[in-house]
Design a protein around this ligand. Structure first.
Ligand code: GLU
Length: 410
């Protein structure tokens, strides 16, 4: 995922809407880019030095909001792109936040738990001046989870007093929200079910494929399987598997959780395939739920699915996107498809601020209508003006962020 790609999607919308140079300029550049050096003592006594980032793209509609990822490919350009996507995502679902993203350039699999904790706490020391419950609220993303958020909350609270609302995606025991862990995957699955029906495909009996069986991919698969859809191809960093009869999703997820490599590989009763065969699977629905930039133009040329629902952020390159749209493939874009996570983060923040906690049913009953409304609004713009769904979602987001920017004044 590059910043240039995000800009291309953004300019598609700003040019159609004719927002003018001034607004366009304001919407492109991140408002603050923080880069820090995070030095920690490793378990063997050596020094570990890592680059950390927090980018705050736009806060016209509310405090900056967005995840933190630990990955060896994290760099300034990627974090800028992902921060921008958060601005559009929070606007599409209409929750009162801006957009941000952060990360540390590290392969966390090479670190012990104690090293990870030191790294997270040291990073928090470096960015505590720019985050806060009313300023910028981090959350989990690639390779970070409730434990990471617990360390950040604890470290931040040492400076500012007990502050659960400084991060979301916390464990339930530490002021987290019911339903948060499943929320991103739930949103992906719901968008998948709605879009399948719009395409005239009955979800019961529909086939789907998932790249990445982490938090998002596993919950999306579970919910789709519960609705009667059949997971026939799956894969991750370890490799890809095919089972035309349909995988037992619960057993597969249990296998990944028990596998030290956290991969689907080694799951019994399936054929091994390569990435090219996987991505070209003839399925109704393809869910990329791993990293960005996987669907390039040459990859898109081979794809045979009818629908793509983007679980990951930025999985589709712009030229691949255009080609797929031309071929009539429907794409539910990341800023709509995976917005269930940040929407539930908003619920968590509201609960933290009110010190009043909701049941899982309350959470899910509030999540679905917000996503449904966003899905329908995007669909309406797409149908009425014959735009693809990504362009429609960007138009909707730019309209909201643009209005807030003008009203607040430059
Ligand atoms: N990392 C998630 C995303 O990309 C969640 C962000 C949040 O909850 O703030 O949407």
């Amino acid at each position: 995922m590059s910043f240039e790609d995000t800009i291309r999607y953004l300019f598609n919308a700003t040019r159609i809407m004719d927002v003018g140079d001034r607004i366009e300029k304001l919407l492109v550049t991140p408002e603050r880019q923080v880069k820090v050096e995070v030095a920690i003592e490793m378990d063997d006594g050596s020094l570990g030095v890592y680059e950390g980032f927090r980018v705050q793209h736009n806060d016209a509609r509310g405090p900056y909001k967005g995840g933190l990822r630990f990955h060896h490919e994290v760099d300034q350009d990627e974090v800028n792109a992902l921060a921008s996507l958060m601005t559009w995502k929070t606007a599409v679902v209409g929750i009162p936040y801006g957009g941000a993203k952060g990360g540390i350039q590290v392969d966390p699999r090479g670190l012990s738990l104690a090293e990870l904790e030191r790294l997270t706490r040291k990073f928090t020391d470096k960015i505590e001046v720019v985050i806060g419950p009313q300023v910028d609220i981090p959350a989990p993303d690639v390779n970070t989870d409730g434990q990471t958020m617990a360390w950040i909350m604890d470290q931040y609270s040492k400076y500012h007093g007990y502050s659960p609302a400084v991060v979301t995606g916390k464990p339930i025991e530490l002021s987290g929200s019911q339903g948060r862990v499943a929320a991103t995957g739930r949103g992906v699955a719901l968008c998948g079910l709605w879009a399948l029906r719009d395409l005239g495909i009955d979800p019961a009996g529909a086939t789907f494929a998932v790249q990445g069986l982490g938090n998002v991919g596993s919950w999306a698969s579970r919910i789709l399987a519960d609705a009667g859809a059949r997971l026939v191809a799956v894969g991750d960093h370890g490799g890809y598997l095919h089972n035309p009869e349909g995988f037992d999703v619960e057993a597969l997820i249990a296998h990944v959780e028990e596998n030290p490599d956290r991969s689907v590989m080694g799951f019994a009763g399936a054929d091994e395939i390569d990435f090219d065969t996987f991505i070209a699977s003839e399925v109704d629905l393809m869910i990329p739920a791993a990293l960005g930039g996987v669907i390039t133009k040459p990859v898109a040329e081979t794809m045979r699915c009818k629908l793509i629902v983007e679980g990951a952020n930025g999985p589709t390159k712009p030229d691949a996107h255009d080609l797929l749209v031309e071929r009539g493939v429907m794409i539910v874009p990341d800023i709509l498809a995976n917005a269930g996570g940040v929407t539930c983060s908003y619920f968590e923040w509201v609960q933290n601020n009110q010190h009043f906690y909701w049941s899982e049913k309350d959470v899910n009953d509030r999540l679905e209508p917000i996503l449904r409304k966003a899905y329908e609004s995007v669909n309406e713009i797409a149908t009425a003006r014959k735009f693809d769904h990504r362009t429609a979602a960007f138009i909707m987001a730019v309209r909201e962020v643009g209005k807030a920017t003008v009203m607040r004044g430059i």
